[in-house]
Design a protein around this ligand. Sequence first.
Ligand SMILES: *Cc1c(COP(=O)(O)O)cnc(C)c1O
Length: 788
Amino acid sequence: MPTKTDLRDDIQHHLKYSLGKDAGHAQITDWRLALSYAIRDRIVDPWFASTRATYAQKGKRVYYLSMEFLIGRLLEDAVVNLGLMDEAEAAFKANDLSLDDVLGDEPDAALGNGGLGRLAACFLESLSTIGCPAYGYGIRYEHGLFKQSFHEGRQIESPEDWLTQPHAWEFERPEAAFRIGFGGSVEELGGKTVWTPSEAVIAEAFDTPIIGWEGRWANTLRLWAAKPEQVFDLDRFNAGDYYGAAEPENLARTISRVLYPDDTTDEGKRLRLKQEFFFTAASLRDILRRFESEYDDLELLPQKVAIQLNDTHPAIAGPELVRLLADEKGMPVEKAIEIARGCLSYTNHTLLPEALERWSEGLMRDLLPRHMQLIEEIDAAHARENPSRGVTMTDDGDVLMGPLAFAMAHKVNGVSALHTELMKETVFEELHRLHPDRIVNQTNGVTPRRWVLSANPRLSALITEAIGDGWVDDLERLSKLEPMADDKTFRDAFAAAKRANKADLANYLGDRGTNVDPDAMFDVQIKRIHEYKRQHLNIIETIAHWQEIKDNPGAGWVPRVKIFGGKAAPGYVFAKEIIHLINAVAEVINTDADTGHLLKVAYPANYNVTLAERLIPAAELSEQISTAGKEASGTGNMKFALNGALTVGTLDGANVEIRDLVGAENFFLFGMTADEVVKRREVEGHAQKAIDADPRLKRALDAIRSGTFGPGFEGIVDNVSGPDYFLVASDFTDFYRAQREVEKAYADQDAWTRMAVLNTARSGWFSSDRTIRGYMRDVWYSEALAAE
Ligand SMILES: *Cc1c(COP(=O)(O)O)cnc(C)c1O
């Protein structure tokens, strides 16, 4: 229920009284902050009303614990969800400013690496849209994911600084602070177990309200910042030791200083474990405090509190909740385990063995001595309950966070149908046999408010004109578009919207040095750079295609723009070589006079949420080409299908479900299945065999090796023709074939548009609203409320 004051007056008010600026001298950032405060004012009432309703109706609260929230910009989301786009536009027009420029001034909050963090952000928005009482809990990193630029084709990283400007969305809560300890010793004192940490920091809360569609409900994202217990050592300062005096502060702040720039391996183990415990422990204390303000019977906890662990990063929540209930509240340990399990559930995101978290027992005992004891007790209790078991929670001197999270959760979910089945057969095979009701599937989704309504206004307007605006929070209504796939007028309008989005993107790329033809096919692969995602398969196929075109430029080729986007973890050498190769290939191909009108490669730097919002609406072909069995779900794939891009992809993750829904005839399938991948790896010399069988592949690899794109790419060629764990060579031939099928289909533009319409019409199931309703029903047992 937005207040009835005039937005334009409120912007002027904040410009003057919150920012101390005169309209004549205000910069774009001043205007953006003024709008942000004016919008924030309109969120506060629904936010309070949501909290009041939750208390009044004694609602169950959901707590989503995640190391990452890849939020992107918040202002446009809030303006859109409050239905204030037109009013905001008018307000700025009166001051000769464009709303787009104002919105575009906001830094992109990148408190996450990729899909896992973006999922958390989509979930927050859906939880609010649905009216599910919820908190997101995470870390207020001072520096989010690094900024990427290219120098001579190589990735350069620089620190991200989203907090250098005032952050208009958050409210600091100095009163919501907890002391979080590390290290020290454990003693038995008067029949009680007491952990006395040797060091401690303060976790201080910063709250950001997250408003749902039409402003009906708002939840809170609560991020913890680490502060020193004692800001400043005055004795050391007075003794002239100025650096030493600031040491406590520096040590504490390190914990919330940076996001780990990798979601698959862990560096700086000790600090990473500290971060994990820091935010998990602060969140649990906050949860218990809120619970105890309403109820005095801790046995009610599972009825009133659902805690979702986004991957194992917060899996220390199991032992910590047991510790709080047993050591601090006096519950027997076995009972505490049962109550904790009633609250906790865990989402698995990966089957990659190197990405399953393990912590050395020595480190765990040193940093969290009581937790190490409790992990042993949880393990022992699990062994007593399952006498035949082989699985343990420790192995070879390491604590295994996956099995620990599994044992402490009442539900464990996979993120796509295929991933969930593979989980049952691989990582959690035995645990699944012991607890056959525990694993459930909740296929990921994306919020249509951001990924269709605001990212693609042209398509949104067309959809609303055709079927009304009910689709925005009931995305399966997109199916009403299905009959319009056969309506020529609708198809033309759909194609015109795509063409206009492509022209916008062509301008953007042109401004950054790559001129592309907006009538060429826009073929897009954007995601973290990783061997399993196989950007190298894509660029090698591009080379092979270029060579074919060069042989015979007049053969009626379909012009194509190959667009890449994505960052490599700073320590991931192979991924960085792939980036370098893509840029090197772009340099050669884009300046080739024979082929320039037929093939271009564009790699805009610094892929993030904002860039994704620009690229996806303009995409016609979505590259989802991971080695089958390796991509847990993907969410990029869903964003593309919703925006009318056709997928070329493997049977991996949610691609399987996308293909089932949009129809096999509207999806370009290629490659081995997960089962075939496992068998193929057994074939001696599989890569070389594939290369020997396909002269195009051989020729492309030879070109790379011989230096056509410059020196330094032997590593990639050696890998692809040697171990080739991700089976680039073995899937190449079928990928090449599929790409030619794509071109054949694209040549009939009208038929292509029909397929594109059907992709949009049949992808409504991939709304994160559907995913959240699934969690509420199967995992959290929670209900939506209406704000009062
Ligand atoms: C959606 C999204 C992702 C996830 O993409 P996948 O293709 O599923 O890996 C990563 N980064 C950003 C910025 C996104 O918006």
